[in-house]
Design a protein. Structure first.
Length: 367
C-alpha cells in the first residue's frame, strides 16, 4: 500500500493550494522542494523588519472575485497599488503609459492632444499588421514611447531583439488616457500584510514537507511513495528533454541593506536604457508603507537560461509553444501525473492565474 495519496513536487502556490485542498478532503500528501524553503517564487523573508520579496516584486491583482476571496482566507491584504516609475537616462516617467507619461514626454495636457500625437506616430509607421513586438509596440503607442520606455527594457528582459519577439508580449502593458498611475486594471489589488510566506505556511499546516529534496535526484524512490504525482517543475525535464529543450528566462538578484530610510521613494523603479544592466530596482519597504530606519533594495538582472539554472518564466514564442504542445500530449499519456504551474504548464502565469488553475485542477480531481 502506498504511503501517500499525492506526492507534490514544488512548494509554490500551485502545489501548496493542491496540497491544502487535498488535505481538507482527507488525502495524505507529501510535498518535496529542491529549495531550502517553502513558497516558491513568492517567498518573502524579514530583513531589518522589512518583508523582502526574495525573487522579485510580487503584487497581487485580479478581477476574479472567487480567487480574491480564496487568497483572503490566508492573509489580510493592504491597499498597495502598483505604480511603477521609469528612469530613462536623466528623465523620470510614470507607468503605465498614461497622461502623466504623455505630459512629461511631449509637454501636453489633454487626452485629445495625446491621442493625436500617438495617432500621428502610428500613421507615420505604416504598420497595419504587427509581425513582432517592435511593430506591435509602435502600433499601440508610437515611436517615442517605444524608443524610450519599451525597447531597452524589453530587450534586457527577454534577451532578444524586439524584432525577434512575438507581438503578444506587449499586450501586458496597459495604455490609458487618464492621469492614473495604477498599473493594473483589476478590481482587486494589494499585498499581504506580513508577506507571502505566511500564506503558504497556513496552507501546508499538518502536511509532510521535505525541503532540499530535488525530485530528479530521488525520482525512483519518490515515484513509488504515492498513488499520484502533482508536478510543478519543468515539463521538458520531467520527460528527460526527449523531444527537445524548451526555452526559459532566468533572473539574478542583488539585494543589499542601505543605511538610509528612503532610497528611491517607490517600490518599483524600472531602468529602461539597454546600457543599464538591471531592469529594475525594488525597494521592499514601500510595499507595506514601512517606516524603518534602514531600507532593503534589490537589483533585478535578467539572464539567459541554460540547463542547471533556475527558470523563472517560459519563452512563449511560436517555436517553444509548438514544442510544448508535443510535451502536453506526452503528459496526457502519463498515468497518475498532474502537471501544473508556470513551468509544468509552460505559461507566463501571474499569481491569480496560478490560483485559478490550481482550483480548476482541484475541482477536476475531486468533484
Amino acid at each position: 500500500m502506498m504511503k501517500y495519496d499525492y506526492l507534490i513536487v514544488g512548494a509554490g502556490l500551485f502545489g501548496s493550494i493542491f496540497a491544502y485542498e487535498a488535505n481538507k478532503r482527507g488525502k495524505k500528501c507529501l510535498i518535496v522542494d529542491k529549495r531550502n524553503h517553502i513558497a516558491g517564487n513568492i517567498y518573502t523573508k524579514e530583513v531589518e523588519g522589512i518583508n523582502v520579496h526574495e525573487y522579485g516584486a510580487h503584487i497581487f491583482h485580479t478581477s476574479n472575485k472567487e480567487v480574491w476571496e480564496y487568497i483572503q482566507q490566508f492573509a489580510e491584504f493592504n491597499r498597495y497599488t502598483n505604480s511603477p516609475v521609469a528612469f530613462y537616462k536623466d528623465e523620470v516617467y510614470n507607468l503605465p503609459f498614461n497622461m502623466n507619461t504623455f505630459s512629461r514626454l511631449w509637454g501636453i495636457k489633454t487626452p485629445k492632444e495625446a491621442q493625436e500625437m500617438i495617432e500621428k506616430q502610428r500613421q507615420e509607421s505604416g504598420i497595419l499588421d504587427p509581425k513582432n513586438l517592435e511593430e506591435q509596440a509602435i502600433s499601440l503607442v508610437g515611436k517615442d514611447i517605444y524608443e524610450k520606455l519599451i525597447k531597452g527594457y524589453t530587450q534586457k528582459q527577454w534577451g532578444k531583439l524586439c524584432t525577434e519577439l512575438p507581438s503578444f508580449i506587449i499586450k501586458r502593458l496597459p495604455v490609458r488616457f487618464t492621469y492614473d498611475n495604477n498599473y493594473f486594471n483589476d478590481l482587486y489589488q494589494g499585498i499581504p500584510i506580513g508577506g507571502y510566506t505566511q500564506i503558504i505556511e497556513k496552507m501546508l499546516k499538518g502536511i509532510d514537507i521535505k525541503l532540499n529534496c530535488d525530485f530528479f535526484d530521488h525520482k525512483e524512490g519518490l515515484k513509488d511513495i504515492a498513488n499520484k504525482i502533482v508536478f510543478t517543475g519543468m515539463i521538458d525535464r520531467y520527460f528527460d528533454y526527449k523531444l527537445g529543450t524548451l526555452e526559459y528566462r532566468s533572473l539574478k538578484f542583488e539585494t543589499e541593506i542601505l543605511n538610509e530610510e528612503n532610497f528611491q521613494g517607490n517600490a518599483v523603479v524600472n531602468y529602461t536604457e539597454y546600457e543599464v544592466p538591471y531592469t529594475r530596482i525594488i525597494e521592499h519597504k514601500h510595499f507595506e508603507y514601512g517606516k524603518q530606519e534602514k531600507t532593503v533594495i534589490t537589483k533585478e538582472y535578467p539572464a539567459n537560461w541554460k540547463k542547471g539554472d533556475e527558470p523563472y518564466y517560459p519563452m512563449n514564442d511560436e517555436k517553444n509553444n509548438e514544442l510544448y504542445k508535443k510535451y502536453k500530449l506526452l503528459a496526457k499519456e502519463e498515468e497518475n501525473v498532474i502537471f501544473g504551474g508556470r513551468l509544468g504548464q509552460y505559461k507566463y502565469y501571474d499569481m491569480h492565474n496560478v490560483i485559478a488553475e490550481a482550483l480548476k485542477c482541484v475541482s477536476e480531481e475531486f468533484e
